[in-house]
Design a protein around this ligand. Structure first.
Ligand code: PHE
Length: 376
């Protein structure tokens, strides 16, 4: 019948028309994250945190009367993909800002593109100092690794009372290399000694050779600032070689997969992070219940950071004179005492956030709160 065949086309056309009319009333935000690959939980958790923040903002009417629309791209944990994704988001989707990445090496692949196009980029959780040094459009809402390294050095020296530490770093990761150096510097300043410094490349699965040379130096703890997939395997292989000393790490350990891979071998493991689920503050507990209602699970640190990055960006967009990139950038730079889930965020003149860190202990697959360290 004539009508029947015509009707779907009309419906489709009007749907298309209404989309394009609506488009002007939408603020597009780009997101680049590792939704698949060896760091998939980083991307997925961050994405969920961002989605929750958008849902809340849109429920309040959006920003300047416009609804927020997220355009997400999976970079599979690869720097080249992160760069391509950033170009696509900026040139094709014409996003107003970019959120991402988690891994510093990937944010470093994105930042020059955002900077060149003068599109504000906010990384939720990349902690390597070089990321925001790329330029004045690049921000982060987390602390940086010189601080994180000091936190773990002090924890090792003062709380665990160890004096001889081994390092096992991921040569492929700017984050791991930087954090290892910052840790070593602080630990030596405190009077400690780095007895051996070994390395691997992300993607490797057999760390026995490195562990054997570490074992020979009889360290009292091993600092392994990698990402969860390798750290899980390293813990297992180290314990299987009979090493019982504490394993130490940074925020890259934060994934439920860590103990899925390494199991009980992660016991006597300690790492620094951006937030603890045990924090009883209303900001943290309110976020946990909202997140649980949406995703039926307790958020990890990445989810909290994704949420906070989006919130900080939205607050800047609300305050900005217009939604022009420059105006949003200027407001981001002025962020002060923003009460976020992961603490109060003030963006400093290097576009970094100065915030406390927590130290967590891995105990029978749980991350148990040990202490909070305030910025120096
Ligand atoms: N800080 C890490 C980096 O810069 C990323 C990360 C943050 C991983 C938080 C886990 C949790 O590469």
């Amino acid at each position: 019948m004539k009508f029947n065949s015509l009707f779907p086309r009309l419906a489709l056309m009007s749907a298309l028309c209404s989309t394009s009319v609506y488009a002007a009333d939408v603020i597009k935000i780009g997101e680049v994250g590792s939704m698949t690959g060896a760091q998939a939980t980083f991307g997925i958790s961050t994405h969920q945190g961002i989605e929750l923040a958008i849902k809340e903002q849109n429920a309040k009417g959006g920003i300047k009367g416009k609804k927020i629309e997220l355009v997400s791209v999976d970079d599979q944990g690869k720097p080249e993909e992160a760069a391509t994704a950033t170009t696509k988001l900026i040139t094709q989707d014409k996003v107003s800002a970019v959120l991402g990445e988690v891994a510093s090496s990937l944010s470093l692949a994105m930042a020059p593109i955002a900077q060149q196009n003068k599109v504000p980029m906010v990384t939720p959780s990349s902690t390597n100092p070089k990321v925001t040094e790329v330029g004045d459009y690049i921000f982060r809402v987390c602390f940086i690794d010189p601080f994180q390294g000091t936190v773990m050095a002090k924890f090792a020296f003062e709380n665990l009372k160890v004096k001889k530490v081994a390092i096992l770093r991921d040569m492929k990761s700017d984050y791991s290399v930087g954090l290892s150096d910052f840790f070593a510097e602080s630990f030596k300043k405190l009077g400690g000694e780095i007895v051996v410094d070994q390395s691997y490349s992300a993607g490797e699965v057999d760390f026995n050779a490195q562990i054997t040379s570490i074992k020979a130096k009889k360290p009292e703890a091993i600092f392994v600032p990698g990402y969860y997939t390798e750290v899980g395997l390293i813990a297992k292989q180290a314990r299987q070689q009979g090493i019982k000393v504490p394993l130490l790490g940074g925020d890259g350990w934060d994934s439920e997969k860590l103990t899925e891979i390494g199991g009980k071998h992660l016991n006597n493991g300690f790492f620094s992070n951006h937030y603890s689920q045990d924090d009883k503050s209303p900001a943290v507990q309110g976020f946990i219940s909202a997140y649980k209602a949406q995703y039926s699970k307790v958020p990890d640190g990445l989810a909290a950071m994704g949420y906070d990055a989006a919130k900080v960006l939205f607050a800047a967009m609300e305050k900005a004179k217009t939604l022009a990139n420059k105006d949003v950038r200027d407001e981001l730079a002025k962020t002060k005492d923003f009460q976020a889930v992961t603490g109060k965020i003030t963006i400093d003149d290097k576009r970094n956030a100065s915030k406390p860190a927590v130290v967590l202990e891995v105990k029978d697959k749980k991350f148990v709160y040990k202490t909070t360290v305030n910025p120096i």
